[in-house]
Design a protein around this ligand. Structure first.
Ligand code: NAD
Ligand code: AHE
Ligand code: ZN
Length: 369
């Protein structure tokens, strides 16, 4: 079939809206009509060329929601008409990783996903006879996409696509980082670096679990108001801090953060996030994704003296199990997604959405088809 897509033909170049060909779903795969998709910082990161796994030409997008149109042979858990959220971290419930009970990082299809193809090694997308790469196994910047069954969370039929699409990445990542990865407890002091689509969800989850101080850090003062609405108790603009930011944060939290979260992808901030943690027990969670060649460093003494450095992908969430629950939380008014949607625009304006994110003008732009 012919579908409308925003194609990333080359790194660093704007996406091109065009018609591409999509082959039918094969065994274990599902054809999904994408109704809405967010634009995450990771899409911009890959488009920039900084992603060592970035492949071109490709159809980007990994924060979508849609409806099942057709299922391939052997698909048993989904049928036409089901509402779904595509998962860049699948959940096969059968691989060693899924069965370990220790991680959400299902590896059943990770190799082919990283090569931009479906599990059988081929792509369903093509343009003028040339293969186009899938992205993160989801490719939500197309009005129809093909996704493996194990990479789809079935959600309730009354969930609005333009809001719950954000549960496909930013919402689940931020909330899961607090609940699953850090396991923040009541009364803890929390420091969050970066108040974008991910960091704001760290903030709302920290408030949900009963954190005491919730310190938000951003160089963009426009992020302050919404962060305060979601639970931030103290705002810090590093550009207004005289002297060392780490010392300032340790003083503000009376000894250091119990938990810190790095949500920008800047390796210098990852170090600051670790070092502002409390001696003896502070835990720092790396959420941000850094470019090829970037490395983190600190004095080993920081770890010797009890600070812990961790990371999280998709907030440690097991997608098919946890995503439907997070959708329920939104529908029951337990979490705020409405305020994270800065604007809704047609897919034709995808490059405007990227520009607005780079300029820091939006939390999330939602693209519709
Ligand atoms: P975003 O662009 O919406 O937000 C980033 C925020 O960081 C912005 O508010 C920006 O002003 C702020 N910022 C930038 N530089 C800063 C600095 N030097 N000091 C303080 N604040 C600074 O991005 P997002 O969509 O929220 O994503 C955040 C990061 O998390 C990105 O690196 C993204 O790739 C990554 N990410 C990781 C996962 C995961 O599973 N680990 C999931 C989603 C996103
Ligand atoms: N391709 C990058 C890694 C990017 C990365 O870490 N992705 C996160 C999700 S970011 C969503 O916005 C993730 O899920 N990682 C786990 C995994 O298996 O990729 C690189 O640096 O190579
Ligand atoms: Zn993302």
């Amino acid at each position: 079939m012919q579908v409308k897509a925003a194609v990333a033909f080359q790194a660093g170049k704007p996406l091109e809206i065009t018609t591409v060909d999509l082959a039918p779903p094969q065994a274990g795969e599902v054809l999904v009509e994408i109704k809405a998709t967010g634009v995450c910082h990771t899409d911009a990161y890959t488009l920039s060329g900084a992603d060592p796994e970035g492949l071109f030409p490709a159809i980007l997008g990994h924060e979508g929601a849609g409806v099942v149109v057709e299922v391939g042979s052997g698909v048993t858990t989904l049928k036409a008409g089901d509402r779904v959220i595509p998962l860049y971290v699948p959940e096969c419930r059968n691989c060693d990783y899924c069965l370990s009970g220790k991680t959400n990082l299902c590896q059943a299809i990770r190799l082919t996903q990283g090569r931009g193809v479906m599990p059988d090694g081929s792509s369903r997308f093509s343009y003028q006879g040339e293969m186009l790469h899938h992205y993160m196994g989801t490719s939500t910047f197309a009005n129809y996409t093909v996704v493996p069954e194990i990479a789809l969370a079935k959600i309730r039929p009354d969930a609005p696509f333009e809001k719950v699409c954000l549960i496909g990445c930013g919402v689940t990542t931020g909330i899961g980082a607090v609940i699953n990865t850090a396991k923040v407890e009541v009364g803890a002091n929390v420091v969050v670096f970066g108040l974008g689509g991910v960091g704001l969800n760290v903030i709302q989850a920290a408030r949900m679990v009963g954190a005491n101080q919730i310190v938000g850090i951003d160089i963009n003062p426009a992020k302050r108001a919404l962060a305060e609405k979601l639970g931030m108790t103290h705002f810090v603009n590093p550009q207004e801090v005289e002297g060392d930011l780490v010392a300032y944060l340790v003083d503000l939290t009376k000894g250091g953060a119990d938990y810190s979260f790095e949500c920008t992808g800047n390796v210098k901030l990852m170090r600051q996030a670790l070092e502002c943690c409390h001696k003896g027990w502070g835990v720092s969670v790396v959420v941000g994704v850094a470019g090829a060649g970037q490395e983190i460093s600190t004095r080993p003494f920081q770890l010797v003296t009890g600070r812990v450095w961790k990371g999280t992908a998709f907030g440690g969430a097991k997608g098919r199990t946890d995503v439907p629950k997070i959708v329920d939380w939104y529908m029951e008014g337990k979490i705020n997604i409405d305020d994270l949607v800065s604007n809704v625009m047609p897919i034709d304006r995808v490059n405007d959405a990227f520009d607005a994110m780079r300029r820091g003008e939006v939390i999330r732009s939602i693209l519709t088809f």
